[in-house]
Design a protein around this ligand. Structure first.
Ligand SMILES: [Zn+2]
Length: 96
């Protein structure tokens, strides 16, 4: 499901529950809408972070070999950070 699909789902649900009483479940319509909105916000944040930490091809001068590095991360010595960088690794870990 894409982020656009999620936004459409939230908008659809917002329209479905507008003016309708809660059905008596433990979660109210507002609770469910809050959860869906939070999911969209997290997916947005994930996409922004992944965009910053996109992989790019670079040339490793000492070896003359091409390697994938992170467009958003650098090392303290001024070199590129190999991709996947620690940030992408952390995202992958929490999204398992
Ligand atoms: Zn990175």
């Amino acid at each position: 499901m894409t982020i656009e699909d999620l936004r459409a789902t939230v908008d659809d649900f917002r329209g479905m529950i507008a003016g309708k009483p809660d059905a008596g479940y433990a979660l109210t319509n507002g609770d469910i809408l809050d959860l869906l909105s939070e999911l969209v916000t997290r997916r947005d944040a994930d996409a922004v972070i992944r965009g910053i930490h996109d992989p790019v091809d670079a040339l490793h001068l000492p070896s003359g070999r091409r390697m994938r590095v992170c467009a958003g991360c650098g090392a303290d010595d001024g070199n590129w950070q190999p991709w996947p960088c620690p940030t992408i690794g952390a995202l992958e870990a929490v999204n398992r």
